[in-house]
Every structure is written in structure tokens, then in C-alpha cells.
Ligand binder design. Structure first.
Ligand SMILES: [Zn+2]
Length: 444
């Protein structure tokens, strides 16, 4: 390979590149080569350090060598479902989904009416994302248009965001008319296009007509689509009872079918949770090509900081070939770090007597999510040609004399005795976005 450009940066260290659920490329004593241009830094080569240096034809053009030997380089995380406007409620008491929403979540989201509050919180949240190493994701804002603009203006990486649509069964301070909701969808969809996500909060809060008309706008501008589906059993009863009283839905057989009847299920649709699905619903999702955001730390038992909704059956999703990826679901989930989400996923699956490896969880916290969002050529991998958006983690090969494989690496990092879940938010040592250092705690 011809390597040589006016400005190249080499970063040396071990690295880990998730390829699939079962396969991870872990290179000890490796190096990444970043070519810098006005469009940002791209990875143009990677491999064992000595091989990478040998392949460089014009060493003089290497502008900088960053020594991170003894540390682990990994792709930035992709979080396919979180509510950036719920940062303040993630550790609030969670008795049940519907209660937590009305008692804590909605009053906090109402505060985002203030343009000033929204801007300040977006700046803060942007730093939290960099610190957690999350460089792509699908984001829920509040009902307010500027909550979308602020997220997309401040968050660094590949994010798509939508304003939640709340046109029925919502508190007065968060209630929109269908006309207001659709007007916002049109203007934000036109402005942000593929970075906009049509976001009915969930079936009970959004008129079916608003969802139907919203979808035609989303198609026009090639937007993403996101909503919640079948998170808890109480919720499903409530949704079906409600919809069977609405004209055109009297005979609807499932929660999933409600979304299908309004044309919401497409290959650009990501459904949060989908824990309690019937075989017919799985088949319908497969047929429509829609994906699922699995949010283990949010679904976890109440005593573990979640809403106690149940455990997502990832084996069923695989069996029906429904794409899925991991997500934090802040504030249903208590922590933003995808390391906590990976850890929680394995814990919940083990409890449900399903085997799940860290390698699988890592793949679903990076590449799989990027693929669902259609940005896997840019982020979520350390493949040649992708943007140089990656993180630096502690504990590479210098910290161990034994053979280092991905499983062992993650186990050592995340199962460390005495470590607290909140510590995961501080494990990332450095974060690079498009080749530029955006966060660092090395040498502090
Ligand atoms: Zn959610």
C-alpha cells in the first residue's frame, strides 16, 4: 500500500477492532496511521507497529508520533438510543416506567423550553459524551426545536437527533397540537436531513395521523426514525387499550402493528427496547427491516438503577435476523458510558441463562450500531478508510504477561475488584474525533 501524504500522524499502542459478534481483531504493539486533510483525519493504515513503519514510504512526512504503548486503542462508541435532555433524571428513583416519566422526566424536559438552558446543557452533555468515548448515536431531544439544533451543533461525531412528538396524553406544558408538531418535523427534517430523526415519543403520546404524516416528511428528506416499543408489560396493556378505542385500530393485534399501520416501520427505523414481542411481531420487524436498540442498564432491575422492564432476548433477534445494537437510554439508564452498558448487558443475559461475551457486547456497542445508522464507513470501527475517531483505554499488553485476547482484556478492565459502575464514566483516557484530540486525562 502506498502510504505517504503531506501530513501523517502515527499513534502507537495495542488496538482492538470488533469485526462481528464472534470475531475481534486485537493487535499487540500496533500502530494506526492517520492522514490529515481539511475533511478531517482518516485511518489509512493499521497493523503491527514494525510492519506499519516498514510500509511507510516517506517517513519524513510523518508529522507526529503519539506513543500510547501499554494502552488500548479502540473505536469510539455508538449509542443508538438516549435522551440527552434527561441527564438530570438518570439517578432519580424509578418505581415504574409510566410513573417515572410523569413524576421526573417530563417536568425536567419542560425546562428545555428555555433556549439558554438548552444551549448550556448541550455544551455540558457534549463534554460528557467525549469523556465517555461516545462518538455516534441516535438522540431524543425534548419537544422543543432548539433541543435538536443544540445537540447537532455541539455533539462531536455522527449523531442524528429528533424532537419528541407529544400531541396527546401528555402534560399541558409538553403538549403540542398536531399542526405544531408537523411544522417542527418539516422544518427540522429539511434543515438536518439524514441527521434528523422523526421521533414520536411512543404510540400513546403521538396521534396516529401525526406519525403517518410525519413519516411522509421523513421519507422526503431521508431522515432516520425512532420510537419506543414494548418496554414493559403494563405499557403494552395501556397502549393496546388506548389504541383499540381509536378509529382504524379497533382490531389491532399488537403494539408493533400499531406502528406498522402508520408506516413507521422501515429500514431507517430504530425501536427502543422491544423486550416483550410475540413471534408475529418479530416476523413483522424482520419483514420491514427495522432495527432494535437494546438498553440493558435501563431495563435492569430497579435495585441496579434501571426500570425493571425485563431482559431483551438477543438470541430471538438473531434468529429472526432483526438488526440490534446496544444503547444507554439515558436517563432510563443510569450511566452514559457504553462500558457500563456492555457490562450490564452481559450481567442481564447471564441472569436469563444466555451466554454473552464481552466481544459480542463490544461489537454491538460500536460497529453494529454504526451499521444500523448507516455510518459504519465513518465511525464505530478501526477499519482502513474510516474517520480517525477512536478512544484510548488503559491496560494494553504491557500490563499483562499472559496472551492477551479480547475477552481477557475486557474482563480485566471491567470486572476489576472493587470498581464501581460510576467509574466506567472515567475509564476513557483520551478521545480523538476525526483525528483531533477532543478529550484527554493523560498527564492530568
Ligand atoms: Zn428511551
Amino acid at each position: 500500500m502506498e502510504v505517504g501524504s503531506p501530513s501523517m500522524v502515527i499513534i502507537e499502542g495495542d488496538y482492538i477492532n470488533p469485526l462481528s459478534d464472534k470475531s475481534t481483531k486485537l493487535v499487540r504493539d500496533g500502530a494506526l496511521v492517520i492522514e490529515e486533510s481539511t475533511a478531517g483525519g482518516r485511518l489509512i493504515d493499521c497493523g503491527p507497529r514494525d510492519l506499519v513503519w516498514r510500509r511507510l514510504s516517506r517517513k519524513a512526512e510523518v508529522a507526529q508520533v503519539i506513543d500510547r504503548r501499554g494502552m488500548m486503542l479502540a473505536p469510539g462508541f455508538v449509542d443508538v438510543h438516549f435522551h440527552w435532555v434527561q441527564d438530570d433524571v438518570r439517578l432519580m428513583p424509578k418505581d415504574s416506567l409510566l410513573e417515572w416519566l410523569s413524576k421526573y422526566t417530563w417536568p425536567y424536559e419542560a425546562k428545555f423550553k428555555s433556549v439558554d438552558h438548552s444551549k448550556k446543557r448541550a455544551q455540558k452533555f457534549s463534554s460528557e459524551l467525549l469523556q465517555a468515548g461516545t462518538l455516534a448515536g441516535l438522540v431524543y431531544g425534548s419537544i422543543h426545536d432548539h433541543s435538536v439544533d443544540d445537540a447537532l451543533n455541539y455533539f462531536q461525531g455522527e449523531f442524528a437527533c429528533g424532537n419528541v412528538l407529544m400531541t396527546m396524553n401528555s402534560p399541558a406544558n409538553l403538549l403540542q397540537t398536531p399542526v405544531q408538531a408537523l411544522k417542527a418535523v418539516r422544518s427540522l427534517g429539511k434543515k438536518w436531513r439524514t441527521r434528523y430523526a422523526l421521533t414520536p415519543r411512543f404510540a400513546p403520546t403521538t396521534h396516529p395521523e401525526v406519525m403517518r404524516k410525519g413519516m411522509s416528511i421523513a421519507r422526503e428528506f431521508d431522515c432516520m426514525v425512532q420510537t419506543h416499543l414494548s418496554e414493559s408489560l403494563n405499557e403494552i396493556d395501556y397502549v393496546l387499550e388506548l389504541y383499540r378505542q381509536i378509529k382504524g385500530f379497533e382490531d389491532v393485534s399488537s403494539y408493533t402493528e400499531i406502528y406498522d399501520r402508520v408506516g413507521l416501520l422501515t429500514p431507517k427505523t430504530v425501536l427502543g427496547h422491544a423486550i416483550h414481542l410475540s413471534p408475529a411481531e418479530w416476523k413483522l420487524l424482520k419483514k420491514r427491516g427495522s432495527a432494535i436498540a437494546c438498553c440493558p442498564s435501563s431495563n435492569a432491575p430497579v435495585k441496579e438503577g434501571g426500570l425493571g422492564s425485563g431482559v431483551f432476548n438477543y438470541l430471538e433477534a438473531n434468529r429472526y435476523k432483526v438488526p440490534w445494537a446496544l444503547a444507554s437510554d439515558i436517563g432510563g439508564g443510569p450511566y452514559l458510558s457504553m462500558l457500563d452498558v456492555m457490562h450490564s448487558f452481559i450481567r442481564q443475559q447471564k441472569r436469563a441463562r444466555r451466554e454473552a461475551s464481552f466481544a459480542l457486547a463490544h461489537h454491538r456497542a460500536t460497529r453494529a450500531g454504526a451499521k444500523i445508522m448507516g455510518v459504519d464507513k465513518q465511525v464505530g470501527t478501526l477499519d482502513r478508510g474510516s474517520m480517525a475517531s477512536f478512544i484510548v483505554l488503559p491496560g494494553g499488553s504491557r500490563s499483562t504477561r499472559s496472551a492477551l485476547d479480547a475477552e481477557l482484556y475486557w474482563r480485566r478492565l471491567l470486572n476489576k475488584k472493587g470498581s464501581q459502575r460510576a467509574d466506567y464514566d472515567h475509564l476513557v483516557l483520551e478521545t480523538y474525533v476525526d483525528g483531533k484530540l477532543a478529550f484527554s486525562q493523560i498527564g492530568q
